[in-house]
Design a protein around this ligand. Sequence first.
Ligand code: SAM
Length: 293
Amino acid sequence: MVQTRRQIEALLNEAGIRPLKRFGQNFLIDGNLIRKLVSAAGVRSDDTVLEVGPGTGSLTEELLAAAGHVVTVEIDKGLAAVCRGRFGGNERFTLLHTDVLQRKSEITPAVLDVLRARQARLGGRMMLVANLPYQVATPLLVDLLLGDDRVSPLCFTVQAEVADRLVAPAGTKEYGPISIYAQGFAEATRIARLPPEVFWPAPQVESAMLRLSVRSGPPGMAPAKRGLAEVVHACFLHRRKTLRRNLRTIMDDETLDRVARDGRWDLHDRPEQLTVAQWTELAGFLAERSRRK
Ligand code: SAM
């Protein structure tokens, strides 16, 4: 059953803990929205679901009712104990008491190992369904989108500002690397807008619920994705500079000349002016060229 604010407060009191801002602990207390998140993911009985930050387990309980297995990752010792107490006896539940990110930017390998092992037994999909802590959302999503494992769909709540960046079109100030990865590798759908009151404690900002349906590519796509990430990252380090000046930092004059002569990219453009398709083509062009060299 979805927990009310009172029930969450009672669970925290019992455990002798309070919500911690540094771990982005804003609990979702609107039952309809929790059910909406689970139904947007279309969770099936052979699916392995990753939930980052189960908190007191309100969403976890809904996920356990629908999924084949739920792998949760909780950084907070007190909350990990609450979840273990509630679901520890369920053999379709795994709890990893750890930071989901290592070095703040990559998904902790043990998390993917557990997901893969469970998925191999169940045969369904690996997916993410979570009310994401704000400090973790961007690096986690980038790593999942760029990685070789197909974790899809990714259904989550994030700060509205992050959601805006994920779906931003080229030419806007919100458009950047994460827009290019999200739109290049997935179909993004906004599911709902979340005002601060649907959380306890209420955050300062609005949030949004999103679904990213990751496109299936041929196996071994990771190098191509990494190639794209490399060129995008280098060019967006200085988003006010032209493409020519940015590209010069990662390629020799001859390659730059070929890019200019190809005609598909205007090197006077700023990085945010290139569409997702143009970035993908540019990365493909550079990969092809380095293969031929
Ligand atoms: N799932 C609950 C809900 O929907 O109400 C709680 C979500 S709350 C926004 C974020 C959760 O992520 C908290 O339980 C917090 O302790 C946990 N968390 C924060 N940073 C984390 C990290 N780096 N790794 C794993 N869990 C983290």
